[in-house]
Write a protein that binds this ligand. Structure first.
Ligand code: SAH
Ligand code: SF4
Ligand code: F3S
Length: 464
């Protein structure tokens, strides 16, 4: 193993050199997708071009997820494959740098180098602006671990994406407005991997949104591990919450659709609910995870609200925006979850009626309080509960999709479809919509009638 140095790197990047190829593999949530784009943009300024084939890459960068055990294990098995590729490339007289970024990098740091010595660089999400310098250190023959929380704001130092780059990515874009989490749900690694809650400034967010709109972006999805906890001083000198920010972003010419994810029920304030009532550009689709329908389990999870609070909240949201489609996340088999607790979750799902939702078996994560709780639930019981929950959620999803058949709605055209004349767009409820024999342009918003529904998409015809 070569020499390991934990470095505190200087901020200024080195001069760009000749063209190199980078292959970026993204795991996990939308925040990682956004981060991967920002890292690719920062590497582009250093002369790197992205490639879809790792075999010919000078740099393989894995942007990893730590949320469940399976997610981290995926990274280690991928590293095994990239190690072989690296050996082959080195034998052919080239080099390949392997970098691990994201939440596993932050959580495991040094340990990654111990388990996978072919890795050259480990870099946590708070220090991506130091990536060019870290790579310079690697070129000098060091293994680098950069997981200290940076004191400076990485967004101030990351280069903005070039317009042609944004255009290539399409008419929808993510924009991270908030990072980290202070909620410490007892099952969750995010507060440890992403650090404490930080909001980007209004000025930074508006400038980035305007830049994206100028490059042709029509739909913005604001991101944050706790996006609705975002707050900042607005142009009127008052403290704004996410609701006020959305009113401001809705004024940007070209932005036709706004979304945000992921929200915590405790941070859905009046202004945000009012924004759903007032802003037609704010799409009627809300991902609002509740995790469990049992008050006992919600308490053990440290969610700090009861099932009844969630019902009341949904009611207020649906009063403000009657066509709101709801999505959520659920964990089954949290330590101590009895059959009765699980039935409470099933009852909650029946009462709320979701358009779509994600559900997971509880995965104990080292370092989180839940991992040390007693009464871990049997895998077989978790499997059975997950199956029942997923069957109910699928039933609701298909019922929601069926209810749209025959209705008219708007579709934002995003890309060409698989066949000649076909385009694929998105409904306000995030569901992909396929349009046949269409001549509209990418980025157009067209009125359509939904004529049928597939597994995860709708088929529509344009209204003239
Ligand atoms: N910030 C978001 C969720 C982030 S993690 C929120 O508060 O809702 C995304 C989802 O992964 C969570 O909503 C949860 O359902 C699931 N999850 C997180 N930790 C998990 C664990 N240890 N086991 C199983 N699922 C987990
Ligand atoms: Fe994790 Fe809870 Fe924070 Fe969401 S709110 S990121 S589930 S700790
Ligand atoms: Fe995974 Fe980190 Fe996102 S743990 S879900 S990539 S915040």
């Amino acid at each position: 193993m070569s020499d390991i140095s934990i470095t505190k790197l200087p901020e200024t990047a080195t001069e760009p050199t000749d063209t190199r190829k980078v292959f970026v593999k993204t795991y996990g949530c939308q925040m990682n997708v956004y981060d991967s784009q920002r890292m690719a943009d920062s590497l582009a300024a250093e002369g790197y071009v992205t490639t879809d084939t790792p075999e010919d890459a000078d740099l393989v960068l894995l942007n990893t997820c730590h949320i469940r055990e399976r997610a981290s294990e995926k990274m280690y098995s991928a590293l095994g494959r990239y190690r072989k590729m690296k050996e082959k490339r080195v034998a052919e007289g080239h080099n390949m740098t392997i970098g691990v970024a994201g939440c596993v990098a932050q959580a495991e740091g040094q340990e990654i180098l111990r388990r996978s010595p072919s890795v050259d660089l480990v870099i946590g999400p708070q220090t991506y602006h130091r990536l060019p310098n870290a790579l310079q250190q690697v070129r000098e023959g060091k293994q680098v671990v950069e997981t200290e929380y940076a004191l400076e704001d990485k967004f101030e130092h990351l280069p903005s994406p070039k317009r042609e780059q944004v255009r290539k990515r399409g008419v929808t874009s993510f924009l991270t407005v908030q990072e980290g989490c202070d909620k410490f749900c007892t099952f969750c690694v995010v507060p440890y991997t992403r650090g404490s809650e930080v909001s980007r400034s209004v000025a930074q967010i508006v400038a980035e949104a305007e830049e994206l709109a100028t490059a042709g972006v029509r739909e913005l999805t604001l991101l944050g591990q706790n996006v609705n906890a975002w707050h900042g001083v607005g142009s009127d000198g008052r403290e704004w919450g996410l609701g006020e920010l959305l009113y401001r972003l809705a004024e940007i010419p070209g932005i036709a659709r706004l979304r945000y994810t992921t929200s915590h029920p405790r941070d859905m304030d009046e202004a945000l609910i009012a924004a759903h009532r007032d802003l037609s550009v704010l799409m009627p689709y809300l991902h609002l995870p509740v995790q469990s329908g049992s008050d006992r389990i919600l308490k053990a999870m440290n969610r700090k609200h009861k099932a009844e609070d969630y019902f009341r909240l949904i009611e207020r949201i649906r009063t403000a925006r009657p066509d709101m489609a709801l999505s959520g996340d659920f964990i089954v088999g949290f330590p101590g979850e009895t059959d009765e607790d699980f039935e409470d979750t099933m009852r909650l799902v029946r009462e709320v009626n979701y358009a779509q939702a994600y559900s997971f078996k509880y995965s104990p994560r080292p370092g989180t309080p839940g991992a040390d709780f007693k009464d871990h639930v049997d895998e077989a019981v978790k499997d059975e509960r997950l199956q029942r929950l997923q069957a109910l959620l699928s039933e609701q999803q298909y019922a929601f999709q069926d209810s749209l058949v025959g209705t008219t709605t708007d579709v934002l055209i995003e890309k060409p479809g698989r066949f000649e004349g076909q385009v694929v767009g998105r409904s306000p409820w995030l569901l992909p919509v396929i349009l046949e024999n269409n001549t509209d342009q990418i980025g157009d918003i067209v009125k359509v009638k939904i004529i049928s529904t597939g597994t995860n998409s709708l088929v529509a015809e344009k209204l003239s």
